[in-house]
Ligand binder design. Structure first.
Ligand SMILES: Cc1cc2nc3c(=O)[nH]c(=O)nc-3n(C[C@H](O)[C@H](O)[C@H](O)COP(=O)(O)OP(=O)(O)OC[C@H]3O[C@@H](n4cnc5c(N)ncnc54)[C@H](O)[C@@H]3O)c2cc1C
Length: 381
């Protein structure tokens, strides 16, 4: 195992972090307040090569491996503190584009990937439904063949990027009686007749990444837009989960930024005649945050490294996702504690992590479901 950062990777991280500090961070508070998804920032991210980072070069991307992608996402998150954008970007790149890279036909890749890498087409992945969350096989959206088309009916909810998406990777069933065996993936373009994208849902935090509902009413999707094979959606979902799990890599950058803020604040804030950083119980909070940060970083790099070797398993992905998101949740509570009352004020960014970290333990498979997966795999070894 070798996590040595190459000179090229170091330079990329430096450039990405600098870009995030200069172009993304300054407008964050205002965008959070207004709940705005910034197309201007999206375009700047595209110009930096971020939106197509791990899309192969042949389709307009950067051709980066998984570890480099993780490093860049971590650097972006550390520099920008834009927790919404660090959901929007992986949702586009890892959840929508990478399944097309891995499962799409040559024609589909040539059609969809270059505009995604260039920032002209925003991607989303639509699996969850109002009645089918943890149990994705219970989904009710159907796809009925009609000549050269499929007619999609049903609805989706909690879909990251949906309100602004140009292209959605949609899971629907060609045969509900087959449960998982009926699941099929389609690319549905924004202007497809019968598709309605709802307005952004109101979340507690992370408003710079719009999350919304999607409705299909005899939505007429060309048969050419089917990704993979009829009924192959469930297997595809399991296969692309490795990339989805990397969507949690930016968390490492967010945890690092929160800890740095806590250390600075603890050195400055004087109580009981000395900086609170001199109080051992405050030091204990910082020490615990550091341990969780480094363990999370290791797990994120380890998963990415294994993916690059073609060795990552569902177990690795579930362990990394669960530990990193829960460590973030623990750290965000401690960060607010270090700041005391100021931690509860929007003036200081650490409080934002409280809600975002909670959401990360739910989105992409809840902590309970991950434990079920890990436990089941261990028991069957
Ligand atoms: C901010 C955000 C962004 C999201 N983005 C997307 C997206 O881009 N695309 C997408 O498709 N989905 C997305 N989701 C949806 C997300 O994947 C689901 O919310 C998640 O899978 C849980 O489903 P649910 O909300 O219906 O909860 P439920 O499945 O109803 O779960 C409720 C509770 O019951 C527990 N539970 C359920 N089943 C079991 C079980 N078998 N054993 C033990 N405990 C169980 C859960 O752990 C949880 O605590 C997003 C969600 C959020 C919050």
């Amino acid at each position: 195992m070798d996590f040595t950062i190459s000179e090229e990777q170091r330079l990329l991280c430096e450039t990405v972090e600098k870009f995030a500090r200069k172009e993304v961070a300054p407008s964050l508070a205002a965008r959070e307040e207004s709940g705005e998804f910034s197309r201007e920032i999206w375009q700047k991210m595209a110009a930096q090569g971020l939106l197509g980072l791990c899309i192969p070069e042949a389709y307009g991307g950067g051709g980066c491996d998984a570890l480099t992608t993780v490093l860049a996402m971590e650097a972006f998150s550390r520099g920008s503190r834009d927790l919404g954008m660090t959901v929007a970007w992986p949702s586009h790149l890892l959840l929508a584009a990478m399944p097309i890279v891995e499962l799409g036909s040559e024609e589909q890749k040539r059609k969809y990937l270059p505009p995604m890498a260039a920032g002209q087409s925003i991607g989303a992945m639509a699996l969850t439904e109002p009645e089918a969350g943890s149990d994705a096989t219970a989904l009710r959206s159907t796809a009925q063949r009609d000549g050269d088309y499929y007619l999609l009916n049903g609805s989706k909810t909690f879909i990251s990027n949906a309100p602004v998406a140009d292209l959605l990777l949609v899971f629907a069933s060609v045969d509900l009686s087959k449960k998982a065996g009926g699941l099929t993936i389609f690319v549905v373009e924004r202007d497809t007749p019968g598709l309605t994208l709802g307005p952004p849902l109101k979340k507690y935090e992370g408003a710079t990444s719009p999350t919304g509902e999607v409705f299909f009413d005899d939505c007429r999707v060309p048969a050419a837009n089917l990704i993979g094979s009829e009924g192959g959606g469930f297997a595809a979902m399991l296969m692309s989960l490795g990339w989805e799990r990397l969507a949690f890599a930016p968390i490492v950058g967010a945890m690092e930024a929160d800890l740095a803020d806590c250390i600075d604040y603890a050195k400055q804030r004087v109580q009981g005649g000395r900086p609170i950083a001199k109080h051992q119980l405050v030091q204990a909070l910082l020490a615990e945050m550091k341990m969780d940060l480094e363990a999370s970083r290791f797990l994120a790099y380890h998963l990415a490294w294994k993916m690059d070797q073609g060795e990552a398993t569902g177990l690795d992905a579930a362990v990394a996702k669960t530990f990193i998101t829960e460590a973030y949740e623990r750290n965000s509570r401690k960060a607010v504690q270090v700041f005391g009352g100021y931690g509860c004020m929007r003036e200081y960014p650490v409080g934002r992590s409280l809600w975002i970290s909670k959401m990360t333990t739910i989105g992409g498979g809840t902590s309970q479901i991950q434990r079920t997966i890990i436990g089941r795999m261990l028991a069957s070894m």
